[in-house]
Each structure stands twice: as C-alpha cells, then as structure tokens.
Design a protein around this ligand. Structure first.
Ligand code: MLT
Ligand code: MN
Ligand code: ZN
Length: 306
C-alpha cells in the first residue's frame, strides 16, 4: 500500500494563524529551521489503483488536495480519488474538512464509530448540514475487533481499536469517555501483509495498543506535545497534554520510552504535531533525541510504501 501524508500538524496547523510562540514566529521569519505543516490527515491506496481512503478530513483539505495531484486523477469532468473517509474522532481538525467536499454528486461514504456519529449529528452537526449538500452515507465502525474495508479500495483491511484520548469539547462525554470517542486503526495490505498502526490522538498506552504497535510494520502516532505542561510553560493555555488526551513524548512512560520497547524492525513516526512542540525545530536538542531514537516526524507530502 501507498501512504501519503497530507498533513502532519495538530489542530491549528503550523504556524498557527494567531500564534507567536518561538516556533510559529521563527518559521514565519526564518529564524527557526522548520517546515510548515497543515492539519493531520493521511491518504492510503493499494499498489495498483488510483482510488484510496482519506483518514480524517482536515480544514486544510482543499490545500492538501491541490498539493497532492494523486487525489485528483482527472478521469471525468468531476472526479476524486477519495473513495471514502474514515474518521478517528469527531474533533474539529479531523472533521470540518468534510464541508469542503460538499460538491460531490453522490453521498459521501463516511466510516465512524457511534459516539462520533452522535457528536456529528448534535454537538457539531456536520452530518445534518451536509444532508443539504451531497449527503452522508454513514458506515459504522465497531470497536469489537471486526475487520472492515472501503468498497472501491480493495486489498486494504481496517481494524479499529478503542483508545483513551478525548472526545471534542462539544461532546456530552468530553470528561466521561466512552469506547469509540477516539480510535486507532490497524491498516493492513492484505496482499503484502504489511501493516500500519495509525493513531493521531493517543492518550495512554494500554496493553492492546502496545500489542498493536509491536505487531505493525510502521507506527504513526500522536506527536502533539513534547512535555505534559508545554502549553502552560509557554503561556499559551492552561491545559496539560494529558487533559487533552495526548501522551507527551518525553518523560517516564512517554512516547519515546514506549517506542523503545517496540521490536527494532518497527518504523516509528510521529504525526499530529502541535505548533508549540520543540521537535519541529530541526536544530533542537529534542529533535536530536528523537533522531537518535530512530523516530521520524511526518511531513506534509511524504509518500511511504509499505
Ligand atoms: C486535539 O487534538 O486535542 C484537538 O484537535 C484540539 C483542537 O480542537 O484543535
Ligand atoms: Mn487534534
Ligand atoms: Zn505556535
């Protein structure tokens, strides 16, 4: 399978429109060596066909499509390579791009869990709004381990794993999580058997998550924050990483230590990187620590063959 990183930043993107933290100001004026990034989303297709699956629909989707010609194969007067959309949660940075796809002539096939569907019918009623445009052909993701696939994208199987992270602030269970608020996905090429574990929002490494990561050929997981108190220390917010459902990379049992326990053959990548995170600065000691640990940062436009 072929994976295209459409966007590698967390909510707000990098640089964030209203932010003058060291990273955001530095990438704007050229004093920090870093690459700008749009909000997190990936596209996966098999080795032979043009059509693929969009994982999350970021508010930056139109820019991402313009920057990735594979998403517009041009076979008809109206065309797209997006055969369906799979949502990992109901957060703004992963769902509001659906509005930008409203010109579709037929209902958009969208896979999500029941709690995410509820949030997109009520707290942030994107599905209700879209019913006045292309409409939504909602498909249910269960977190009971069942395999599913997106018709039109053959040879790629998907399996959801419930995660501890956070539902969106407009969810009635923001502070009382239910299974399916956030999922990780094991994405397998059924021909080559190669697999990706994808979890852009991941708050806690439970035994099933550790097992899924250890069995994958590549893990692409939550790279939001370096430290739990990053936003507080920088004076940007009062929220900790963990209160937002994001496991920080540094410290005891952080993402770096977790990844060190994986078999050495597992390719390690971070995605959904917040603009405040020092790892974005290519000259930072934190970035050097990741590089030494064999952990790469996703960049917009990167193609991975698995
Ligand atoms: C998150 O990942 O915690 C959210 O997407 C934050 C946001 O609303 O931007
Ligand atoms: Mn997010
Ligand atoms: Zn910033």
């Amino acid at each position: 399978m072929r994976i295209t990183i459409l966007g590698a930043a967390a909510g707000g993107g990098f640089p964030q429109w209203n932010c003058n933290c060291r990273n955001c100001a530095g990438v704007r004026n050229g004093t920090v060596r870093a690459k700008s990034r749009t909000q997190s989303s990936i596209f996966i297709r098999n080795d032979n066909d043009a059509d693929g699956i969009l994982f999350n629909a970021s508010p930056d989707i139109l820019e991402q499509i313009r920057n990735s010609p594979i998403l517009q194969p041009g076979r008809a007067s109206r065309d797209t390579a997006i055969a369906g959309v799979v949502l990992m949660d109901g957060q703004i940075d992963h769902t509001t791009g659906l509005f930008m796809l409203r010109e579709r002539p037929t209902p958009m096939p969208i896979w999500c869990t029941d709690p995410v569907e509820q949030d997109l019918l009520q707290g942030n009623p994107i599905f209700r709004v879209l019913s006045h445009f292309c409409g939504v052909q909602r498909q249910r993701i269960s977190v009971d381990g069942a395999l599913f696939h997106v018709p039109g994208v053959e040879g790629i199987s998907l399996q959801a794993i419930a995660l501890n992270s956070k539902a969106a602030p407009y969810s009635p269970h923001r502070e009382a999580p239910v299974d399916g608020d956030n999922i990780g996905l094991l994405i397998t090429d059924t021909t080559t058997k190669s697999s990706l574990f994808y979890a852009p929002g991941l708050g806690e490494i439970t035994p099933p998550i550790m097992a899924a990561m250890a069995n994958a050929d590549c893990v692409m997981v939550d790279g939001t924050f370096w430290t739990d108190d990053e936003m507080i220390t920088l004076g940007l917010s009062q929220k900790t990483a963990r209160s937002m459902g994001h496991l920080p990379q540094s410290g005891p049992d952080g993402m770096v230590q977790t990844m060190a326990k994986l078999p050495s053959s597992v390719r390690r990548m971070l995605i959904h990187i917040n603009n405040s995170n020092p790892i974005l600065d290519e000259d930072s000691p934190e970035r050097a620590e990741l590089t030494a640990a064999g952990i790469a940062l996703c960049e917009d436009g990167t193609e991975i063959q698995l």
